[in-house]
Design a protein around this ligand. Sequence first.
Ligand code: XIL
Length: 336
Amino acid sequence: MAVTARQATGSCRRRVQVDYISFRRVQARSLPLGTTVWWRYLEDNPVARAVVAREFDSVTTENDLKMEFVQPREGEFDFQAGDELVGFARRHGMEIRGHTLVWGQQLPRWLTEPRDPWSRDELISILTNHIRTVVGRYRGQIAEWDVVNEAIAEDGSYTRNFWLEGIGPEYIELAFRWAREADPTARLFYNDFGIEGANPRSDAVFDLAADLRRRGVPIDGVGSQRHSFLGDVTSEADVVASLRRFASLGLRVRITEMDVTIPPANVAPSSLRAQAKLYRETASACRRVRACTGFTVWGVSDPFSWRGAETTPLFLDASYLGKPAYYAVRETLPVQ
Ligand code: XIL
């Protein structure tokens, strides 16, 4: 069943049966609005699937392509959930962001607790094989990858993680090079949190990205996660300045993991308004920066949030109804 443009821009409250594929085409925004999905939450939940298809233009893989899940045994890959999620997103014409190839967390036990310690060369070969296999599997299907996640600490030094300790800081550039080889068409991002304002981590990510660019390492963008909270004082102007600074390197930028926690049991209208303000300002900052290519919320609705459902950090509530933050974002990122 086709839908009219008027229906397509209608509120989230309207529960109409539609052909979601044509709905999405009508709905495409000038700036993609994305969410993240862990396939296990969607596979038995047709309502959540319909909401994702109806509300969002882009999907980031929340956990299914992290090393812990995708390479559960050495050299053995499990792509079942990833394939389902990628298939779902493709059927609905959504852009797919792959997350994440190299991170110090969510690593499989066989890797972090080996019988004999790994040599540096062994770790390099494990990481190459991982990146080549995972990126190669979705070549031409996953448009954008978070290649390296959270490699810089709050004080601006390298995050002390498994890869830094085993390989040294070169793991970062090696990952970008192998990802480019495995899919030359995919856009490759560095992704981190707490870099939406001016601070030592943001400076160090800028220096890292500048250095990678200068040396011809294939990086295309910087993702700013923006896990926020009521009372976050980083202003819209701060976010604009931070995004513009990364963009000045000739990179794309993106808000990749937006959420705003509210202290549990505090759903006073003023809290919801304060939450909406943070969402609105961040979406608006992205809109004001030409290089900002998308705005992604980290979860479909409150009960799915990694920050705990009780902190109600997302813009759809437990009934998939739009909270003030939802309308703030929809107004800020208008339908084309
Ligand atoms: C989170 C997922 O949402 C959770 O389901 C999982 O248990 C832990 O990881 N920054 C990131 C994401 O880059 O990968 C994290 O996702 C949230 C913080």
